[in-house]
Design a protein around this ligand. Sequence first.
Ligand code: DLL
Length: 438
Amino acid sequence: MAKEPRILDPEMECMDPQERRRLQGERLRKTVELEYANVPFYRERMDAKGVKPEDIQTVDDIVKLPFMQKTDLRDTFPFGLFAAPKEEIVRIQGSSGTTGKPIVSGYTENDVEVWTRMVARAMASIGADEEDIVQVCYGYGLFTGGLGAHQGATAVKAMVVPMSSGNTQRQLMMMEELGSTVLCCTPSYAAYLGDSIKEAGLRDKIKLRAGLFGAEPWTEAMRQRIEELLGIDARDIYGLTEIAGPGVAFECQEKHGAHVNEDHVIAEIIDPVTEEQLPYGTPGELVFTTITKTGMPMLRYRTHDICTLYAEKCACGRTTVRMGRITGRTDDMIIVRGVNVFPSQIETVLVKTPGVAPHYQLIVDRVNDSDTLEVKVEMDEAVFAKSDSLGEMQRLQKHIQGQIKSVVGIMTKVSIVPPKTVPRSEGKAKRVIDNRKL
Ligand code: DLL
């Protein structure tokens, strides 16, 4: 049964855009002062660019600030970007980084509240309230999906079922027995659950009516499939650990882009090469600045996600800018079953493994709505020439699979192939073949 969508914070979500820009400028100024005073890493960056906190007075001044990147989080891991004393940090969340070391973000009590509110707005937009039972199948842990959805659902007083990811049979049993009405998980898992429900003939027994899906790119075709399979209203929710987690932006009932929570973050689109700010309506790399966080604020953080921002007023009444779907990345990160994977992480494992050559390819596919990742790597010529190469191949396969699981966190299919069979390229090697057509 559909429920009326709500706007949780109309004074912020429907604010006059000019007024909002003024508010953003004020909050930006405070955040820059905080960063400059408390984060030596960032102060050095600003000094190197010859920018002083007093140069930042309005939102337009944001272009004077240096950018931040994932590598900055890695270089300062774990606490180097904290703007608050460690005693004020009440939470750590993280995601996989570029070397296998997680990148972490620290949250003060204020930051957890801000993040919770952002997700709560998304919950309200699907009409979630105390009558709802929200089944959260995003992973709980360092990943922000589980706890983020959990907090947001709690804030609208829903009953939360903290299932975490995996164990499909158990998910279905709980969904049926408890009568879950809202589903939170990755879109690919939602489709997988939908297939399983169909197969088990459970469609009439489940009470789902809406879902908030994100953490990986998905398409309109995928939305239709999920909506049909589950008989629900499927909405997009976007976010990233460095900025907060899920809820940085969320779709309203118009399903015409995700509303950015602009009283908490400033969204920009830049040309990834020249780093120049681009006008709304032009595709480019999404950049976020947090303006209400105190634990680990981020200034001009380059997400590497490619999308377009739209400023036209939305029929739902919100005046915040909307982001179109993520259409790609400006780096080589791929998202497999909701987990961020960098080819460099896998390469690090392969080059450390005697018996294989550093020629490899990653093949991503979607089978039965679930992502698969095959790592194709060449056997070393000398090892291949030995008579017991088959046994050695099996040993290597197992070893590499285990190593990748421990570094990246997901199971892969490892295929050891004979020397000189992975295609060579004269220019940049094509390491990733993504057959998912996202
Ligand atoms: O994926 C946070 C999240 C959890 C968002 C649950 C939505 C739902 P990270 O692990 O840090 O955080 O990965 C962030 O995932 O830069 C995008 O590339 C991708 N991503 C997240 N949401 C979407 C989405 C979480 N709705 C990275 N559409 C981001 C497309 C998404 N890509």
